[in-house]
Write a protein that binds this ligand. Structure first.
Ligand code: 6PG
Length: 232
């Protein structure tokens, strides 16, 4: 499914509203909403809107699809972005916030990835949010990198991310796709080619975004610029 918006702001507003509605629906059904957060610029916009949306945000639990392996609190951390955007503002209990280990945690990156895998729930996530890079990467799964082919480990270390900073931890497809819903959130003309590639069945080695999908639902939230190269 594709939803196209006039601007990145409109997209962010719609995603924050739909996320609030999903959290509410899951909580009302008596389950704990489980959300995987992403990093990136459109995510910052979404997180800025989330705190204005009324929902049971505090009963939900939050994980990350990837994280930059820099010290805790560093401005590059994806968890800092989400904490400042809404988690702290809304007073989400610490035990519901499953941040990835940070540089300085005394674990190697491989150990940190394995430790994070142990925090993942057995039940599927409810929503996995994914930003997409101009090279069609998602989380920290990059074209031509071996992590794209991982089928056993749920989280892996990445030493040479082409997007700085180079050291990261990322969930893999077996974890990212263990979700009821996958929501891609993409804005900007520089992503148009990547979106078109991912949506037209390009091999995952060339377009990692092509390999992510939800068990029940896969939605592409795009602005008109990001949607501009889709086949008509
Ligand atoms: C990160 C990511 C990454 C991001 C995309 C899109 O840590 O940077 O999680 O996968 O979501 O690169 O980022 P932009 O929205 O900034 O282009």
């Amino acid at each position: 499914m594709i939803e196209i918006f006039d601007s990145a702001d409109d997209l962010a507003l719609a995603v924050s509203r739909q996320l609030a509605a999903r959290v509410h629906a899951v909580a009302t059904a008596g389950r704990t909403p489980r959300i995987v957060l992403t990093g990136g610029s459109i995510a910052t916009k979404i997180y800025g809107r989330v705190s204005s949306e009324n929902a049971d945000w505090r009963v939900a639990e939050y994980w990350w699809g990837d994280e930059r392996f820099v010290p805790e609190g560093h401005e590059d951390r994806n968890d800092r972005q989400a904490r400042e955007g809404f988690l702290d503002r809304l007073g989400i209990p610490d035990e519901h916030v499953h941040a990835m280990p940070a540089h300085g945690c005394e674990l190697s990156m491989a150990e940190a990835a394995d430790a994070y895998a142990k925090t993942l729930p057995e039940d599927p996530f409810d929503v996995v949010l994914l930003g997409v890079g101009p090279d069609a990467h998602i989380a920290s799964l990059f074209p031509g990198h071996p992590q794209v082919h991982e089928t056993e480990r749920l989280a892996v270390e990445v030493f040479d991310s082409p997007k700085p900073p180079p050291e990261r931890i990322s969930l893999t497809y077996p974890a990212l796709n263990h979700t009821r819903a996958t929501w891609f959130v993409v804005s900007g003309a520089d992503k148009a080619e990547a979106v078109a590639k991912a949506m037209t069945g390009t091999p995952i080695d060339q377009a990692p975004a092509a390999g992510a999908r939800g068990l029940e639902e896969t939605v592409w939230f795009l602005d008109t610029a990001a949607a501009s190269r889709l086949p008509r």
